[in-house]
Design a protein around this ligand. Structure first.
Ligand code: FAD
Length: 390
């Protein structure tokens, strides 16, 4: 029998091939080099300095639009993309959010629903990290119920004129291009908006206590005039943004386990060296119960992410299954961070350790891309056939 590996107790790595392992290692070492030495400082300052350089570097390692084909994208498998999300979020949820929004929301929307001209114009620069993208769906008064959005695009000759406000938009203030969803006379459509267009502005949202190393913004659109070809031609209706969100949520299923892994590993190491009552706290049964329970949830979660990744690669992943994964993995990840925090005692609340940072980050991850309650309702509807949304 192979020896027991405390970092991979279920032997999940046996499911990975050499290319998967190489990609994971590339992303892990990039994050160790470029994020981990600075992240506590960025977090404390509530800033992500050098975000443009970080984006270019993420582009150079193929992490942007990673599982998309062509247009300078890496064409990686969904499992490989998931492994990258896990490693990035083990550094910080803010860095994973940058990558998710760029690749799974903004680029994915253009790749899946854009015209050939839109793809040629935007995707290569976005894959290289030269152009940062954002994705505007949520509004100040409409979050879980995006169908009620008020942003509207009306036709004026062949032009479109876009007016409205979006809220809580990741990458908004640093984006060169915004994918904005709006009502039109024909239903909800997506618009590719160069952010230098007159009438468009993106003030940054401050005073966040979660995802502090991430740019979050409002999008203000005051009669933004766009050419006829700014609209994404291949989709009408809410299924457009929802299918992008499903892709991004898939990455979160993996990513959340990265934040959990980082917290768990910190707790294990701490428990082996911190002594009370004359012995390491990891030798107490109550601590071991916490560690064992956390290990079970962590590796179950990673196994679930793998399973969903394989289904996605096989073209068999249903949105309800993504809801299943997001609901479970983010909820368990935040529990793992909180339990790890208790093992670190007072040190657990310090930025000297990553645990509290991950826990507070996951408060955002629990809410964005569909709250816990929305995913419960998705599953509840799938299980009963009864719609409890309204
Ligand atoms: P609400 O929809 O007002 O919900 C409030 C509470 O009511 C929640 O607990 C919810 O589950 C519950 N609730 C609502 N309806 C029901 C119901 N029918 N039954 C039971 N409970 C219900 N959005 C974007 O478009 N692009 C982005 O890039 C983006 N980035 C974000 C980054 C951060 C840091 C954060 C915090 C959010 C981001 N969001 C983004 C917005 C996010 O997707 C929304 O916050 C989320 O969809 C929830 O909407 P809301 O905050 O308006 O909450």
């Amino acid at each position: 029998l192979p020896p027991f590996d405390p970092t991979d107790p279920l032997g999940i790595d046996d499911l990975l091939d050499p290319e998967d392992l190489a990609i994971r290692e590339t992303v892990r070492s990039w994050a160790a080099d470029r994020v981990l030495p600075h992240i506590a400082d960025w977090y404390e300052k509530g800033d992500l300095p050098g975000i443009r350089d970080l984006a270019r570097e993420l582009g150079s390692i193929g992490a942007l639009g990673m599982s998309l084909e062509g247009y300078g994208c890496a064409g990686a498998s969904s499992v490989q993309y998931g492994l990258a999300c896990l490693e990035l979020e083990a550094a910080d949820s803010g860095i994973r959010s940058l990558v998710s929004v760029q690749g799974s929301l903004a680029m994915y929307a253009i790749h899946r629903f854009g015209s050939e001209e839109q793809k040629q114009r935007w995707l290569p620069g976005m894959a290289a990290g030269e152009i940062i993208g954002c994705f505007g769906l949520t509004e100040p008064d409409h979050g879980s119920d995006p169908a009620s959005m008020r942003t509207f695009a009306k036709k004026d000759g062949t032009d479109w004129v876009l007016t409205g406000r979006k809220m809580w938009i990741t990458n908004g203030s640093v984006a060169g291009v915004a994918v904005v969803w709006a009502h039109t006379d024909d239903g909800i459509r997506g618009f590719v908006v160069p952010t230098e267009t007159p009438g468009f502005s993106a003030p940054e949202i401050k005073h966040k206590w979660s995802l502090r190393a991430s740019v979050t913004s409002e999008l203000v659109m005051d009669e933004v005039r766009l050419p006829a070809d700014a609209v994404l031609p291949e989709v009408t209706g809410l299924k457009g943004p929802l299918s992008c969100l499903s892709h991004a949520r898939y990455g979160i299923v993996w990513g959340a386990m990265g934040a959990a892994r980082s917290s768990f590993e910190t707790a294990v190491e701490y428990s082996k060296t911190r002594e009370q009552f004359g012995r390491p706290i990891g030798g107490f049964q109550l601590t071991q119960a916490k560690l064992a329970d956390m290990a079970v949830e962590l590796h179950k979660g990673i196994l679930l992410a793998h399973h969903l990744g394989r289904r996605l690669d096989a073209g068999r992943l249903r949105p309800e299954q993504v809801s299943f994964g997001k609901l479970n993995n983010v909820r368990e990840a935040i529990e793992i961070c909180r339990t790890s925090r208790t093992i670190l005692g007072a040190n657990g609340i310090s930025l000297e350790y990553p645990v509290m940072r991950h826990a507070t980050n996951l408060e955002s991850v629990l809410t964005y891309e569909g709250t816990v309650e929305m995913h419960q309702l998705v599953l509840g509807k799938a299980l009963t056939g009864l719609d409890a949304f309204r």
